[in-house]
Design a protein around this ligand. Structure first.
Ligand code: IPE
Ligand code: IPE
Ligand code: MG
Length: 247
């Protein structure tokens, strides 16, 4: 089988960080302890992505469906999000990381919204790694908000409208589409994450629970990615010709 050029590193990795609750419950700890430990895992993965030269990392932290959880868990998650913002933004900036948040922020506390704005502005010119948190994000919400923006821009849309006309309004329009998608926690679903953007992404699922996902686990995912053949609808033979002419 034809593989990708040796050592090829995904430019954009998108991750559904799942399994925090089960990690905690298996230790007879409250679910929030799992979320706290999950923040540690985020630190490790950011560091590993920087070292490997990954340019974009997008993490699903809270879905538009997660409001269905018990109030107590939602409150703790929001508190944890705020603390993490307050403690980590300066460090992200020191490391040259550009910080972004995608999702419908209108439901969040003003303190959280302000911290996000401060963080995004502070790090806007950084070029090392673009680190995006998806919070109160849903793939369908994203497509709908893009449609609304597009319609507001051009109320009478021509019938020859193209994909690019819409995609420029999607929340992640500043990033290339993800090359590698990872979901931890043993579930095999997209859970309304990046629906449009994952169209041709390589998918990787692991049973490892998010708090246990470390540099070595990321390496395994990247190795799996490197074995894939990304045909984008073409045949293997066609790819061989393209690779040969590119030398
Ligand atoms: C993922 O972990 C984090 C969030 C959705 C906020 P879970 O909380 O879904 O953990 P499990 O799936 O119940 O183990
Ligand atoms: C998906 O996790 C969303 C995040 C990781 C933020 P869930 O654990 O909430 O997903 P479902 O509901 O089991 O699909
Ligand atoms: Mg879960």
């Amino acid at each position: 089988m034809l593989e990708m050029p040796e050592g090829s590193i995904p430019k954009h990795i998108a991750i559904i960080m799942d399994g925090n609750g089960r990690w905690a419950q298996s230790r007879f700890m409250p679910r929030i302890s799992g979320h706290k430990q999950g923040v540690e895992a985020v630190r490790g993965v950011i560091k590993a992505c920087m070292e490997r030269g990954v340019a974009f990392l997008t993490l699903f932290a809270f879905s538009s469906e997660n409001w269905r959880r018990p109030n107590e868990e939602i409150t703790s998650l929001m508190q944890l999000f705020l603390t993490a913002l307050e403690q980590e933004i300066a460090k992200l900036h020191e490391n040259g990381i550009r910080f972004k948040v995608i999702g419908d922020l209108s439901r969040f506390d003003t303190k959280i919204i302000e911290s996000i704005q401060v963080g995004e502005q502070l790090t806007a010119r950084n070029t090392q790694l673009t680190f995006t948190i998806a919070a109160n994000y849903g793939g369908r919400w994203d497509i709908m908000q893009a449609v609304r923006k597009m319609m507001a821009q051009a109320p009478s849309l021509p019938s020859h409208i193209q994909e690019e006309n819409l995609s420029q309004y999607l929340a992640l329009s500043y990033a290339p589409e993800p090359d590698l998608f990872i979901r931890t926690g043993g579930e095999y679903r997209i859970s309304n994450f990046l629906l449009w953007q994952l169209a041709y992404t390589e998918l990787y699922f692991t049973n490892t629970l998010w708090p246990d996902f470390d540099e070595r686990e990321l390496e395994l995912a990247i190795q799996s990615y490197q074995q894939r053949e990304r045909r984008f609808g073409r045949t293997s033979e066609q790819l061989r010709v393209v690779l040969n002419t590119e030398g």
